[in-house]
Design a protein around this ligand. Structure first.
Ligand code: UD1
Length: 355
């Protein structure tokens, strides 16, 4: 099935930066499955090219080209645009660990902001003006109210969040100055889960920072127990609340965004979430149901920088595109568990077939 043609001006050849990463790889499956030609740029600093064999196996289609390029490398990035005729860009490539960003602020601004300005320069020089940008709910910071719509003020509380907010401001300035640009910035809440095949999922290097991959590694026995960061939040069970979003819904939203890039000039910003808050203990219980055994955990002090509650008002995207996330927490846990079972050591070894 292809969406090209349904919207006359939908782009057909896409440059995907960070296409080997967690959200990037799932989006590649969605886009290839809908007939797009893909050029991927990734420096594999937190991912592996092995993922593309799986992306191609799942879709029965080939990625046109993969370039091992750091988005900060101006000449190499420009050379990619020289070689391929690109209609639009989906920009995932970034560093994304909140804690690490407080230790390595220069690295975060350099990759996330510098990488984005470099990309914009290359796009301008090559007459490419359509972009879907990976933003984050973290730019809202400790908003103190939920659900959050797109008009909530930005209060980034760490360099990662500040780098994403800086990118949004740069993109808005570019769109103001250059009316030929159209940009859709998607503020993800908490993408989790995996492709339902068990072939693609989240494979962080080292100890996972994020909740769902950590829980999955406890479930498979790679780690003894989960540390729950704080049970003294002002929430019904005392643990922090997030809006978890299936990565396949996240991927689908990018495909829908591309179909709507030409709807309006300039920059538009949308939350991507389910619109429902789930606590850390909710996730532990749902994952226990998915894997058939309880997840061992202990309560430890709060993690610095964490906020009590972040839930999206996800209605703007539905009003604009008639699209909403459909997969629930049970599906997120089931799919993350399937990936973990089939790939107990991530992408380092071939996927194991299980019934
Ligand atoms: C953060 C960012 C988000 C970013 C994401 C990717 C904020 C507000 N959000 O999400 O924008 O895209 O990282 O890295 O900065 N938890 C535990 N034990 C663990 C791990 C996590 O209890 O071992 C808890 C956390 O305290 C939090 C919840 O689980 O309450 C979710 O944490 P996590 O998966 O790390 O995502 P965020 O911090 O919400």
């Amino acid at each position: 099935m292809t969406s090209i043609g349904a919207h006359g001006s939908a782009p057909s050849t896409l440059l995907v930066t960070g296409g080997a990463g967690f959200i990037g790889s799932h989006t590649c499956v969605e886009l290839l499955g809908h007939g797009y030609e893909l050029i991927v740029v990734d420096d594999f600093s937190n991912s592996t090219p092995r993922v593309f064999t799986r992306v191609e196996r799942l879709t029965g289609r080939r990625i046109k080209a993969v370039h091992d390029v750091d988005v900060r490398d101006r000449r190499a990035l420009s050379a990619v645009f020289d070689r391929h005729s690109v209609d639009a860009v989906v920009h995932f490539a970034a560093r994304k660990a909140v804690g690490e960003s407080t230790r390595l602020p220069v690295e975060y601004y350099d990759t996330n902001v510098g990488g984005t300005t470099n990309l914009l320069r290359a796009m301008q020089q090559h007459g490419v003006h359509r972009l879907v940008f990976s933003s984050s709910c973290s730019i809202y910071g400790d908003a103190g109210r939920v659900p959050l719509d797109e008009t909530a003020p930005a209060r980034p509380a760490n360099p990662y969040a500040a780098s994403k907010w800086a990118c949004e401001q740069i993109l808005a300035d570019v769109c103001r100055r250059h009316p030929e640009f159209t940009v859709l910035s998607l503020r993800y809440f908490n993408p989790v889960g995996a492709h339902p095949s068990g072939l693609l999922g989240e494979d962080p290097r080292g100890t996972p920072d994020n909740l769902m991959p950590y829980v999955a590694q406890v479930a498979i026995g790679r780690r003894e127990r989960l540390s729950v960061f704080g049970d003294d939040y002002d929430t019904p069970d005392g643990t922090a609340i997030r809006d978890y979003l299936h990565v396949m819904d996240t991927a689908e939203a990018h495909r829908v965004a591309l179909e709507h890039l030409a709807d309006a000039p300039g920059m538009q910003v949308f939350n991507l979430g389910v619109g429902a808050g789930r606590s850390v203990l909710d996730v532990i219980a749902a994952f226990g149901d998915a894997c058939g055994r309880p997840i061992p955990y202990k309560i430890v002090p709060r993690r610095p920088g964490d906020v009590t509650e972040l839930v999206a008002d996800a209605t703007a995207v539905e009003r604009a595109w008639g699209w909403r996330a459909t997969r629930d927490l049970a599906a997120m846990c089931r799919d993350a568990w399937r990936f973990q079972q089939h790939n107990p050591h991530g992408y380092a070894a071939p996927a194991q077939q299980r019934a």
